[in-house]
Design a protein around this ligand. Structure first.
Ligand code: GLV
Length: 387
């Protein structure tokens, strides 16, 4: 592809270059994928107020998230198996984010370990955990994140059990992939991916393998979650994890006002309004629809961010104008990573930044921190009117 102009161009390239199993993993929602689709389509229901004859010189997309300076209100979300999208993928993404000036979040379900990533960046990154039913493991992984200098803990609260994504079951998703005939046939056309993968030792769940016992198949995400995740997670357990960490905490996966109030009450420094990219409860509303009532309820008590459905700088602007302090992107950067490695993540960030900056200007704004609901035309009943 000659000229890459948008995130969708990166996605097309990604689709051609990365084995089907991992493309499908990223590109799936649970069950019917209604929520997965609506996360994206609901953004296009919101329109922008075009303003003219407003001075648009000296624009800035800079702001802060968790008190940290960011070049734009966008952080890289924790994404499992990123090191299967491209060899050493988490290291590449962390480096691209650091150079761009936005935060990177490492997933517990990463291929490169916390220590691996720490060795390859110079500034602190954020670390994400799921609550496991093994407090010893929870403590050890939190201690490892502290030792690696991570500056915030992102606790995923919407994945006590894994939503079913049909394609992952059909594909026999695992890291590394098992060499079945369909996988081998697919790999024959993905030689660049295979070649790079042969050049790295990082092909297993790096934070897990060798650090935990009693999982029937350590290469399988579904075996892992079924056997080790804590179905008994409650607010007290979340608070215990927060105490174990003792630093800045982000609670990711809140979609309901009552839950947001609870999260603010227990002292979350930020919450992420999220339905896990449509990968957990199919039929839940899109994140952008739930953002406004949550900002209204707790926006003065904690930072409210959102994820799920962001594919452009215009989406970032809409979320921020709706009241989000910042957003997390997952698929949008994974497309870039799978398409072009580290340079592809940088390209994804550049695209989003340019779209955000230009849209801001055409809306008559010069600072991302001054965006507000006055910039949006939101259809009546978008975030309320439920029976
Ligand atoms: C893990 O968090 C996943 O959504 O697969």
């Amino acid at each position: 592809m000659a000229t890459i102009t948008c995130i969708d161009d990166l996605k097309q390239l990604y689709r051609r270059r990365v084995p089907r199993m991992f493309y499908d993993y990223a590109e799936s929602g649970s069950w019917t994928e209604q929520t997965f689709r609506e996360n994206v389509s609901d953004f296009s229901r919101i329109h922008l107020r075009q303003r003219v004859a407003v001075d648009m010189t000296n624009r800035s997309t800079a702001t802060t998230m968790l008190g940290q300076d960011v070049a734009m209100p966008v952080a890289l979300a924790p994404v499992g198996l990123t090191g299967m999208q491209s060899a050493d993928g988490e290291i590449k993404a962390a480096r691209a984010a650091e150079r761009f000036g936005v935060p990177f979040t490492l997933s517990t379900m990463s291929i490169c370990s916390i220590e691996d990533v720490a060795e390859h960046v110079s500034k602190p990154f954020w670390f994400q955990i799921y609550a496991l039913n093994d407090d010893d493991f929870n403590r050890r992984i939190i201690d490892r994140a502290k030792a690696a200098g991570c500056s915030a803990l992102v606790i995923t609260v919407d994945l006590q059990i894994l939503g079913q994504r049909h394609k992952d079951l059909k594909n026999g998703l695992s890291a590394p992939p098992k060499f079945t005939l369909p996988v081998l046939l697919d790999l024959a056309t993905k030689w660049r991916w295979g070649f790079e993968m042969l050049g790295t030792k990082r092909r297993f769940f790096g934070n897990i393998v060798g650090h935990v016992e009693g999982v029937s198949d350590p290469s399988s995400l579904s075996a892992w979650t079924a056997e080790k995740f804590d179905p008994a997670l409650n607010w007290d357990r979340i608070r215990r994890l927060m105490d174990m960490w003792g630093g800045k905490v982000v609670l990711k996966g809140v979609l309901d006002v009552e839950d947001a109030e609870r999260a603010a009450e227990i002292g979350a420094d930020a919450i992420v309004v999220s339905n896990h990219g449509g990968r957990q409860l199919d039929g839940a509303p899109s994140s952008i629809r739930m953002l406004r009532p949550i900002v209204d309820a707790v926006g003065n008590k904690t930072e409210v961010w959102m994820d799920s459905g962001i594919r452009s700088g215009q989406d970032v602007l809409k979320a921020v104008a709706m009241g989000a302090r910042g957003v997390m992107i997952g698929r949008a950067y994974v497309y870039g990573l799978g398409a072009m490695g580290e340079a592809g993540v940088t390209r994804a960030l550049e695209i989003i930044h340019k779209e955000l900056d230009t849209t801001m200007a055409l809306c008559g704004e010069r600072r991302v921190t001054e965006l507000g609901r006055h910039n949006l035309l939101v259809p009546r009943g978008f975030s309320d009117g439920w029976e």
